[in-house]
Ligand binder design. Structure first.
Ligand SMILES: NC(=O)c1ccc[n+]([C@@H]2O[C@H](COP(=O)([O-])OP(=O)(O)OC[C@H]3O[C@@H](n4cnc5c(N)ncnc54)[C@H](O)[C@@H]3O)[C@@H](O)[C@H]2O)c1
Ligand SMILES: O=C(O)C(=O)C[C@@H](O)[C@H](O)[C@H](O)COP(=O)(O)O
Ligand SMILES: [Zn+2]
Length: 376
């Protein structure tokens, strides 16, 4: 055996969106390289780093030092961790601090954190001065495989999840895979639900690969980087084909119509349910609902559930701690979904593993009876 094992290389996924094109760099050591990567792409020499209280003590100073070495002066905004931070209150704080730091259009807001920080600070970057540059330094698995890519940004409203926001693409994504070593197992698993999602949308071979290799993905090393790069490429392909979700981008919402309703029903309380867990339960429900509508075999739903359960994700509403509201309340949340058109529900359903499709005009009565069965 060779005594010298080389470190996994950095992979690049390019997102060819015309004048909004950008690179996603994936691999170890990228926070240390952030200053050089940003200064070679952006003109500005000022930045505001937005992060949360868990990530700040771990990675903020390393990022500031890297920017400093490249001649970029950075202001810091540290927010509470958790889904409740995606709020108007924290949006105002971010806007105030970024303006206070005199961040101009060519300067940038840098999101250092998970999807919560990415969605919130991306929204701020999209509206400050009608748009300043935006760099994502995603630190959770979920953010590295999904939320840092594609330009959906926003906050939650008392009416529902992600209901207020803008599309604002990042100028660069730096997914430093070293930082995943400090992520809790629960949060790693939650991010894995979005990885499995890409297989279930239209990549049955990737789903089968995950079934065989998920332990290596959890352990780290090249299998993990491979899974992240495959996910980013899958997302980039969909986003490039339909940036503003006029059609096929809705596929990325597999499991989310149910999942978002469950997040709203648990009042965005991360101790009960986090986004990826809602997506896991939601994907099983979407496969079961498809079987109920005679679109897919119940065996497919069982296979999806088996895998998600094997990695330790929740797959049933009954696993969510505490009381859930009745099916009618879940249905109210579903009715606020952004995919609703002329009052008609759109769901991402499936004909089998990796054969998801956008199903318009799903009768609310079918969904209600299904939810009553699942959550009597
Ligand atoms: N915009 C999109 O396309 C998109 C896609 C998917 C999800 N989302 C959104 O993303 C959010 C979920 O993101 P998330 O799962 O990253 O949640 P999160 O941002 O709350 O991060 C999860 C937890 O992990 C901590 N953390 C993050 N990185 C860490 C690290 N390296 N070490 C230690 N702790 C770390 C955070 O502080 C937090 O407590 C949801 O709001 C969801 O709606 C958006
Ligand atoms: O990027 C997309 O498009 C997605 O749907 C990705 C989802 O994983 C993500 O959770 C997204 O924020 C959900 O979008 P929404 O439009 O339903 O809020
Ligand atoms: Zn999601």
């Amino acid at each position: 055996m060779n005594a010298i094992t080389s470190a996994p290389a950095v992979q690049t996924v390019h997102v060819p969106l015309g004048e909004r094109a950008y690179d996603i760099l994936i691999g170890p050591g990228l926070i240390a390289r952030a200053g050089a990567e940003i200064s070679s792409r952006l003109k500005g020499r000022k930045a505001a780093i937005v992060t949360d209280e868990h990530v700040a003590p771990l990675y903020l100073e390393a990022l500031v030092a890297s920017l400093d070495a490249a001649g970029i002066v950075a202001a810091k905004v540290v927010l509470p961790a958790g889904e409740k931070t995606k709020s108007f209150e924290h949006l105002i704080t971010v806007c105030d601090k970024v303006l206070e730091a005199r961040v101009e259009r060519n300067d940038c807001v840098i999101a250092l954190g998970g999807g919560v920080i990415g969605d919130l600070s991306g929204f701020a970057a999209g509206i400050i001065r009608r748009g300043v540059r935006f760099v994502q330094v995603p630190t959770s698995l979920l953010a590295q495989v999904d939320s840092s890519v594609g330009g959906k940004t926003g906050i939650n409203s008392r009416h529902g999840k992600n209901l207020i926001g803008v599309f604002h693409q990042p100028d660069l994504v730096l997914a430093d895979t070293d930082v995943l070593n400090t992520l809790s197992e629960r949060e790693f698993r939650a991010g894995y639900a979005e990885v499995a999602k890409y297989g279930l949308i239209d990549k049955p071979d990737f789903f089968a690969w995950l079934e065989a290799n998920w332990k290596a993905v959890f352990t780290g090393g090249s299998a993990r980087i491979e899974a992240i790069a495959t996910s980013c490429q899958a997302k980039a392909d969909v986003v490039v084909a339909d940036e503003r979700e006029n059609g096929q981008r809705a596929l990325l919402n597999l499991g989310h119509t149910f999942g978002h309703a469950l997040e709203a029903a648990t009042a965005y309380d991360s101790s009960r349910l986090v986004h990826g867990e809602g997506v896991s339960i939601g994907m099983v429900l979407a496969h079961e609902f498809s079987a109920r509508m005679n679109l897919a075999s119940p065996d497919d739903a069982r296979r999806v559930e088996r895998h998600l359960r094997e990695v330790g994700l929740p797959t049933r509403m009954s696993e969510i701690p505490g009381e859930l509201p009745p099916a009618e309340t879940l249905m109210d949340a579903i009715a606020q979904d952004k995919k609703v058109k002329s009052g008609k529900l759109t769901f991402i359903l499936t004909r089998g593993i990796g054969q998801s499709f956008v199903a318009d005009d799903i009768p609310a009565s079918e969904v209600i009876s299904f939810l009553r069965e699942k959550h009597p």
